[in-house]
Write a protein that binds this ligand. Structure first.
Ligand code: HEC
Length: 460
């Protein structure tokens, strides 16, 4: 076996062998133990020459040249900051990769973006990968891509002795397939196999059946929904193990779109193409003009400034396209970077955090019940046409402050009410009459803070 195949094998298959879910019969870990992870890294980039110096006079570029000279500067001063101070957004958030070391950061290049989805609802179609495939061994059908898997934990009722057949909600293992299994049978006792395609060293595709589960399978919903009976506690363990294996599901967000083939999969970082890099899409809330699912990053931290965005964009644009490993000590090429012409366009504000695009919607959903119409609480109407203009007038509870002071969240009385600052009169907002308190989500607060910081503008 070639080295690369061996590593993939050791990583993916040997934990399975240990779990004894039926794969030992196919492959065995030749070392009989654990092999330390070593990613198959490409050779370092050949380019040792420094890029031409920037000769223009845009203040953002000049600041970036000064503060974020190299990839390492970018990592140390920008990327790591987005991971603090809240105990590490980058590694607490299951759906966000660990970016704390430069090597981890570089590891996001060309890597699929649904690394560790915390919630399936937060997965973007553009991050879905080709799913593993499933096959019931003694039925005559081809392997079918797995859409998603759901395990309703526990021991299934014994359907053999009962009147009822299992349903799509029964306790047990549910596998939803992309296409139906063609068969007349409604149940079969057999090995269900999980199969993945790997590319070996020579670029040849190899199919590995990496796990299997022997049980009674019920074929529901015309063959698209496969139910695996979990007969006893021993099988509960087997299925729990199977769930930790990391079966790749082609429709992870369960919306019927198989992203890898239908929405062109994106990487966390696409060399040469910041606009299509998911990591950047999550900061802007959009990618190639379509909204990105999930809350914006960095969550609850100060959003990136124009200069920081410029450094990130120029770094990504300048990454080697031949797959070689970039040199983090190499100066970022601002002179040739297409974003150096108009870095102002990278203002995160331009990406949807406007009154009309976002803030008004948050207020409508959370405030307008009390702050709408003529009888609005504290005379504050956040719903009507004139609501925006009202924001720049003095607060009733503190006439020394405007409700919103563009550029200055801490001088904006409305913001202080949202964060429950010590200076406020009355209760923090949004007031919830049932619990007596209330708070917007961190993501909503982050957007409102971004909006105020960037000038509280009205439209896109
Ligand atoms: C359940 C009703 C209710 C909801 C919902 C509510 N508020 Fe209020 N709000 C009040 C009341 C009552 C007051 C006056 C008493 C107080 O401040 O505790 C008030 C006062 C305020 C004030 C002070 C106004 C001034 O001029 O001094 C601001 C600002 C405010 N709310 C903003 C909001 C925002 C923003 C939201 C939504 C995120 C919200 N409120 C949701 C009832 C509500």
């Amino acid at each position: 076996m070639k080295l690369h195949a061996l590593l993939v094998f050791a990583l993916v298959v040997s934990p399975l062998a240990a779990l004894a879910i039926g794969c030992g019969e196919y492959y065995r870990d030749p070392y009989g133990g654990e092999i330390a992870f070593e990613s198959n890294r490409p050779a370092p980039s050949e380019r040792v020459d420094a890029p031409d110096p920037y000769t223009g006079n845009n203040p953002h570029v000049l600041e970036a040249v000064e503060r974020f000279r190299t990839g390492n500067d970018l990592h140390k001063k920008v990327i790591v900051r987005t991971c603090s101070p809240n105990g590490g957004v980058c590694h607490n958030q299951a759906e966000f990769p660990d970016l704390r070391t430069p090597a981890n950061f570089l590891d996001t290049i060309n890597k699929p973006c649904n690394v560790n989805p915390g919630e399936w609802t937060s997965v973007d179609d553009r991050c879905e990968r080709p799913g593993d495939r499933f096959r019931i061994s003694n039925l005559d059908h081809t392997e079918i891509e797995i859409g998603y898997i759901e395990y309703n934990a526990g021991v299934s009722p014994d359907y053999r002795n009962e009147e009822d057949d299992p349903t799509i909600d029964s306790v047990g293992l549910h596998i939803i397939l992309r296409n139906p299994i063609e068969t007349d049978r409604s149940e079969v006792f057999s090995a269900g196999r999980f199969i993945r395609t790997f590319t070996n060293d020579e670029g040849v595709l190899e199919d590995l059946p990496y796990a299997s589960l022997n049980t009674r399978w019920w074929i529901l919903d015309g063959g698209r929904h496969i139910f695996g009976e979990v007969r006893n506690n021993n099988m509960v363990d087997q299925v729990s193990d199977l769930m930790t294996v990391g079966i790749v599901q082609g429709d992870l967000n369960r919306n019927g779109i198989f992203g890898a083939s239908q929405a062109s999969p994106h990487s966390l970082i696409e060399p040469g193409d910041p606009e299509s890099s998911y990591l950047i899409g999550r900061m802007r809330g959009t990618m190639n003009d379509a909204p990105v699912v999930g809350s914006r990053m960095p969550l609850a931290n100060q959003p990136l400034t124009i200069t920081e965005m410029l450094a990130l964009f120029c770094f990504v644009e300048g990454l080697p396209l031949d797959g070689s490993w970039p040199d983090m000590n190499r100066p970022i090429d601002y002179a040739d970077c297409s974003y150096s012409v108009a870095p102002e366009d990278l203002n995160l504000l331009g990406e949807g955090v406007t009154w009309a695009g976002r803030v008004q919607l948050i207020f409508e959903a959370n405030c307008s019940g009390c702050h709408g119409g003529t009888a609005a609480d504290e005379g504050l109407d956040l719903r009507s046409e004139g609501a925006y203009d009202r924001l720049f007038q003095p607060a009733v509870q503190n006439p020394d402050m405007q409700l919103i002071e563009p550029g200055e969240p801490m001088q904006s009385y409305l913001w202080l009410k949202l964060i429950d600052d010590d200076e406020i009169t009355g209760l923090p907002m949004p007031f919830n009459p049932l619990t007596g308190e209330g708070r917007l989500t961190e993501a909503e607060l982050g957007d409102i803070e971004t909006w105020i910081t960037n000038g509280a503008i009205r439209d896109e």
